[in-house]
Design a protein around this ligand. Sequence first.
Ligand code: HEC
Length: 137
Amino acid sequence: MRDPRVVLVPLAGLALAGAVWAGSVWLDDGPPPPPPRPAVPVVLTAADAPRLYARYGCLGCHGAAGDGNFPLTKSREHFPTDAALAAFILDARATKPDTTMPTWAHVISDAELAVLVAHVRSLDAPPAAVGNPAATP
Ligand code: HEC
């Protein structure tokens, strides 16, 4: 009869080698960790205007071309400076307490406000062509 250790010791060695091999495969072949995402600053452009204009409901009350129930085609006349226009959009009730225009303070970010101001300006009638003979009939 053979000493059982003659069989068991090599078997244990094989099992150990197998475990080490499997471990190394598991460690080596895992998917590489994804690279850290670079911090992308939020940059808004005029291309974002229609989305923001719809998202904050401006579209519903003022229409796509500013020709809705409450026209936006005289913003230059009513708000000569962008700062005044921005202040009104942000908190219309501060200027007109009885208006139904919602207040957007703490909702619209500065970057979004700048895009919306530019968009409202683009809906305005073009400034009168003063001193342009081609424009006078
Ligand atoms: C619930 C309807 C409603 C929504 C939504 C709304 N507004 Fe208004 N808005 C009004 C009303 C009503 C007035 C007219 C204020 C007044 O004279 O009482 C107004 C006025 C304005 C004016 C001034 C127009 C002028 O020449 O006198 C601007 C500019 C304006 N809104 C921009 C916006 C923008 C930008 C948004 C979206 C962020 C927006 N509004 C969302 C109802 C709305």
